[in-house]
Design a protein around this ligand. Structure first.
Ligand SMILES: [Fe+2]
Ligand SMILES: [Fe+2]
Length: 272
């Protein structure tokens, strides 16, 4: 018979039960994060010869090496928890982002490279790892990996801001032009990737991501997008871009919403 005092006693929690839907969601998110990390290695490696001095080249190679470590950590997490890294879950927009970066290298446009990889892609990575590292997430194994990766990506974002500020001192017009060029090419693809991720999961994997039983309500693709954008917009301010240009870009982002989907997610952009 149950004593009424029992209900007041905190029983130790058993091992976390991960629902099938959550495992599929993890497989999707981690497969895409891993793809982003692979792209980051390619981008940083391709950028090394454009870096202005030896210290910056060494720092860039070090960043590429950290991205290698991230891939291995994500793969280890998948093995430990027991979900697949699945290339059929990888979204096609990664290729177009990689191509835009390659184009910037071909044009020897270092500011555009820094903006694409260090600001835009890193902001997405931060949004993603922040959502999974949140204190509310009861999936401790995922929290541990996400928190470790988040720490590195925040450093990468800071390095990016510092590098862009240095380029800005040399030639502010070139850096502002590079922002316009990179933003028009890359931000729609990044938005599209996050906006379409629910539809992608529905169509490709018959998974309704709004119905998944998750270890935290904060694991939400819309929240991931908002967190990523907040970092991007914050960095635009911090890097001292021309406010005339950034205000125009920020206003344009509000129109990137997925058609037909009701979302209050980008309100902060409208208020900015
Ligand atoms: Fe990374
Ligand atoms: Fe990074």
């Amino acid at each position: 018979m149950q004593n009424h005092l029992d209900s007041a006693i905190e029983l130790p929690k058993g091992p976390l039960q991960r629902s099938d839907g959550y495992m599929k969601l993890l497989s999707f998110v981690v497969s895409n994060a891993r793809k982003g990390e692979i792209m980051a290695i390619e981008n940083y490696s391709e950028m090394v010869h454009l870096m202005p001095d030896t210290d910056a080249k060494i720092e860039t190679v070090h960043q590429a090496k950290e991205e290698c470590k991230h891939i291995l950590l994500l793969e280890k997490l998948a093995r430990r928890i027991g979900f697949d890294i699945d290339d059929t879950m990888v979204e096609p927009q990664w290729e177009s982002i990689r191509q835009s970066f390659h184009e910037a290298v071909r044009r020897k446009d270092l500011p555009a490279c820094l903006i694409i990889q260090d600001l835009m892609v890193e902001s997405l990575a931060i949004g993603l790892y922040k959502v999974f590292a949140s204190a509310a997430n009861e999936d401790q194994e995922t929290v541990g990996v996400a928190a470790a990766l988040l720490k590195d990506e925040l450093e990468h974002l800071d390095i990016g801001v510092r590098r862009i500020q240095a380029e800005m001192e040399k030639d502010a017009d070139a850096v502002n032009d590079a922002l316009l060029w990179a933003h028009a090419r890359v931000m729609p693809a990044l938005f599209e990737m996050v906006n379409q991720s629910c539809d992608f999961l529905c169509e490709e994997k018959q998974l309704n991501c709004t119905m998944v039983e998750k270890p935290s309500a904060e694991i939400d693709l819309e929240l991931l997008k908002i967190t990523a954008l907040e970092h991007y917009v914050g960095m635009l301010d911090k890097a001292n871009f021309d406010p005339k240009i950034t205000n125009q870009l920020i206003a344009s982002m509000a129109s990137y919403e997925a058609p037909g989907r009701v979302s209050a997610g980008l309100e902060f952009l409208r208020k900015h």
